[in-house]
Design a protein around this ligand. Structure first.
Ligand code: MF3
Ligand code: CO
Length: 241
C-alpha cells in the first residue's frame, strides 16, 4: 500500500506542474497513466464499474467523478480536483487534491484551504481507541463553521486489497459513536465540500457529480494508516506543495 501511495503522491506532483491554461483533462489523465506505469502500478479507477478514465478529474462545480475528456479545457481561475487510485501488487492507495489553475478568486482559495484544513483537523485525532464518529463530526463541524456543506451520498471508506472496504466514513456524524479505531486499519478520509447547498446531481454520463446550485466544490483525501499511537499518511510526499 505504501508503494501505491508513493505512486499517487507522484501523480499529484507531476500533474500539478502540468496544470495550465488550455490543457485538457484527457491530457492530464494520460500523464497520470504514464506515472502509474513508471511505478509498476495500475489504475484502480479504470474499469471500476466501467469507469473510463485512469483518474477522476473534477473542475469547479463538479464535486467528484469527473471523466477526463478532450472537450474539457482548463482555464486560469479554475479549481481542479485530481482523485487518484493506484494499485501495486493488488494493494490500493487512494487520494485527492484540489489545485488552482493560474490565479483563482479568494472565494475559491478559501474553499480549498478550509477543505484541506478540515482533513488535517480530523486526521490529528486518529489513534487506536478513538471512535470513528469523532473523525466524521470534526470534518462536518469545521466545514459548516466556515459556512460550507458536506455531500451526503458520498463517503470516505476503508481500503486495502479493494478500493472500498469497511468502515464507511461519512463527512458528518456524532462524536462518541461508530466503530473504534485499531492499529493497522487503513482509512480514506475525504472531505467533499460544497460552497453552497449540500445537494448534488449526477449527469447523464452516470458519473459526473455536480453541485445542484452550480456553486464551487472541493475534495481532499489521503489514505491514512492507524499506527500504535497515532497515524501515518501514505499518499503524501515529504514537503508536498
Ligand atoms: N477515488 C474515489 C473514492 O474515493 C473513487 C473513484 S470512482 C472510480 O472512492 F470509478 F473512478 F473508480
Ligand atoms: Co476514496
Amino acid at each position: 500500500m505504501k508503494k501505491a501511495g508513493e505512486c499517487v503522491a507522484d501523480v499529484f506532483e507531476t500533474l500539478r506542474k502540468a496544470l495550465r491554461n488550455g490543457i485538457t483533462t484527457l491530457e492530464l489523465d494520460e500523464l497520470a497513466n504514464e506515472v502509474m506505469i513508471k511505478h509498476g502500478c495500475t489504475s484502480g479507477s479504470k474499469g471500476y464499474y466501467d469507469y473510463p478514465g485512469y483518474i477522476c478529474i473534477s473542475v469547479n462545480d463538479t464535486l467528484i467523478h469527473g471523466i477526463p475528456s478532450s472537450k474539457i479545457v482548463l482555464h486560469d481561475g479554475d479549481i481542479v480536483s485530481l482523485d487518484v487510485v493506484a494499485v501495486y501488487k493488488g494493494y490500493y492507495a487512494d487520494a485527492c487534491r484540489t489545485y488552482p489553475v493560474g490565479v483563482v478568486s479568494e472565494r475559491a482559495q478559501r474553499l480549498m484551504d478550509v477543505t484541506k484544513q478540515s482533513f488535517f483537523e480530523a486526521v490529528k485525532l486518529v489513534k487506536p481507541g478513538v471512535r470513528l464518529g469523532d473523525i466524521c463530526a470534526t470534518i462536518q463541524k469545521f466545514n459548516e463553521d466556515h459556512g460550507y456543506s458536506l455531500a451526503r451520498d458520498y463517503t470516505g471508506h476503508g481500503i486495502g486489497t479493494h478500493m472500498h472496504e469497511d468502515p464507511v466514513i461519512p463527512n458528518y456524524g456524532k462524536p462518541g459513536t461508530g466503530p473504534i479505531l485499531g492499529e493497522g486499519m487503513c482509512l480514506c478520509i475525504e472531505p467533499m465540500v460544497l460552497e453552497g447547498k449540500k445537494e448534488t446531481r449526477t449527469l447523464g454520463d452516470g458519473w459526473t457529480v455536480k453541485s445542484r446550485d452550480g456553486k464551487l466544490t472541493c475534495h481532499y483525501e489521503n489514505t491514512v494508516v492507524v499506527t500504535k499511537d497515532g497515524y501515518e499518511i501514505i499518499t503524501m510526499k515529504e514537503g508536498e506543495q
